[in-house]
Design a protein around this ligand. Structure first.
Ligand code: NAD
Length: 499
């Protein structure tokens, strides 16, 4: 195969040397379109050496100059948006519109990082003692790595890299091996923006590369986004090796529909949130919780025909609302979950399993699926399916709706649809979930706030981007200073106090 994606190390694209590769598919056609090099531990080490070489002088580069590279990166991503979106669609399968939307959400983090001089200003106290000043500053951690999932090959790397780099770190990206091309393009653009060689690198690979990152003593911080079992592994292995780790995991996001909700608004919200990106979003709504039988019946009546009419097509087709799943393996897994739901006794109201896309018969397509009468003991309720499958769990009242959300192992996002301010406020106060929407189905915070779940949706202390990102990629130093002024305190043998 002639199209082999290598790595981006030391300021250039380089071929892999391990001899190992993985396949890249076009999900719409099902064809293998290329291969990606899978790095060995020694290739990771080459990137770490280049990072170490470059990082100290980058950290000493004037903060305003570092900020200017972010302004240029922003312009370059904007100028290359269409091309980048095409790469995302070609390897992930999502629609071009959706790809552009997700790149725009990543771009917002670059915009946030343009303000790095303000964000890193630190704290200063004058005269904490007579003639004594105290300043707290934030230093970069050194070398940070980001290990990212297939579902947002540009947005998730951009949750991490702009802030890490603007703070003065070197950053090594290990993208998903399923869709590596857009991450490579980001590294090209970073270089063009004036970010020095060695400061934004890409090492492609699988578990071997990840383990080499986790065991490398020169990497100080690891950001991970992916499934919960791997997030847990990354967190425990990375922290045991003395690293700072934030590991964001999987999700099962519930949307409560109260009897007083605007039902059409709730149905529109569910269509986008459950079936957009074919359900391959960590903030996808995968469980609808209508309160009361009447609400549930009305919701299903309105939803089912809309799901049957979903415009499914290759991501490049104008007007397509939903593209294929990412790989044949993932398609088989999602179909398998629908089979499981049927055998568990849930009522399959809309069955998308046999959907075939005309002209794209080998593509990884599945139609939208809707289950009613789902209960908490079922695997389709407990586990993350990561496909266009919505489960309806009927609840008699508000309290039991909140209870199931709070009992679920995941805690990424949730939403309530209601006209009642009291219910909405109680809900946002009572749910143990990291991101909450009130009549907003996918409450992904803006770049200047931070993104992250609770419970088994996040391992670590820091959420990603916003001020949490700045804190994650920096360590604090407090400097207390006194200058000879003629005031002689004499030798002090008790614990010094300033007052
Ligand atoms: P994944 O966990 O399979 O892979 C994520 C990364 O980990 C990839 O770079 C992959 O190469 C690496 N990896 C895979 N197996 C590994 C192993 N055994 N050891 C070490 N590294 C390994 O996830 P995915 O399928 O690419 O992405 C989908 C998942 O990501 C879903 O669970 C989704 O909810 C989650 N996700 C979470 C968020 C969030 O913000 N919480 C955002 C996006 C995606």
């Amino acid at each position: 195969m002639s199209n082999i994606i290598g790595h981006h190390i030391g300021g250039k694209r380089v071929a892999g040397t391990s001899g190992q590769t993985g396949p890249i598919f076009n999900p719409a056609t099902g064809e293998q379109t290329g291969e990606v090099a899978l790095a060995s531990a020694s290739e990771v080490q080459v990137a770490v050496d280049a990072a170490r070489e470059a990082q100290a002088s980058w950290a000493n580069t004037a903060v305003i100059r570092r900020a200017r590279t972010m302004f240029r990166l922003k312009e370059l991503i904007e100028a290359n948006m269409d091309e980048m979106a095409k790469l995302v669609t070609a390897e992930h399968g999502k629609t071009l519109d959706d790809a552009k939307g997700s790149i725009t959400r990543g771009l917002e983090v670059v915009e946030f990082a343009c303000g790095i001089p303000q964000l890193l200003k630190g704290e200063f106290s004058h005269n904490v003692g007579t003639g004594v000043d105290l300043v707290s500053v934030r230093h970069p951690v050194g070398i940070a790595a980001g290990i990212t999932p297939f579902n947002f090959p540009v947005m998730v790397p951009l949750w991490m890299a702009p802030i890490a780099i603007a703070c003065g770190n070197a950053f090594i990206l290990k993208p998903s091996e399923k869709d590596p091309s857009s991450g490579m393009m980001l590294a090209d653009l970073a270089l063009e923006a004036g970010i020095p060689a060695g400061i934004f690198q890409v090492v492609n690979g699988n578990k071997t590369a990840v383990d080499a990152i986790l065991n490398n003593p020169d990497i100080a911080a690891v950001s991970f986004v992916g499934s919960t079992p791997i997030a847990e592994y990354i967190y425990h292995t990375g922290t045991a090796a003395g690293k700072r780790v934030q590991a964001l995991g999987g999700a099962k996001n519930h949307m409560v529909v109260m009897p007083d909700a605007d039902l059409d608004m709730a149905v529109d919200a569910l269509m986008g949130a459950a079936y957009g990106s074919a359900g391959e979003r960590c903030m996808a709504v995968s469980v609808a919780v209508p309160v009361g039988e009447e609400t549930a019946d009305a919701l299903i009546d309105k939803l089912a025909p809309r799901i049957r009419q979903l415009r499914i097509g290759p991501g490049t087709e104008a007007g397509a609302e939903m593209g294929p799943l990412v790989t044949g393996e993932h398609l088989a897994k999602v179909r398998g979950y629908v089979d499981t739901g049927v055998s568990e006794g849930a009522k399959l109201v809309v069955d998308g399993r046999d959907f075939r896309m005309q002209g794209y018969e080998n593509g990884f397509f599945i139609g939208g699926c809707l289950f009613d009468q789902v209960t908490e003991d079922m695997r389709i309720y407990k586990e993350e399916i990561f496909g266009p499958v919505l489960s309806v769990v009927r609840k008699p009242d508000y309290k039991s709706a909140v209870d199931i959300i709070n009992s679920h192992e995941f805690g990424n996002g949730t939403a309530i649809f209601t006209r009642d301010g009291d219910a909405a406020r109680s809900f946002s106060n009572e749910v143990n979930i990291g991101m909450v929407g009130i009549n907003v189905p996918i409450p992904v915070p803006m770049a200047f706030h931070s993104f992250g779940g609770w419970k088994r949706s996040l391992f670590g202390d820091h959420h990603t981007h916003g001020m949490e990102g700045v804190r994650f990629y920096t360590k604090q130093k407090a400097i207390t200073s006194r200058w000879p002024t003629g005031i002689k305190a004499g030798a002090e043998f008790k614990m010094p106090t300033m007052g």
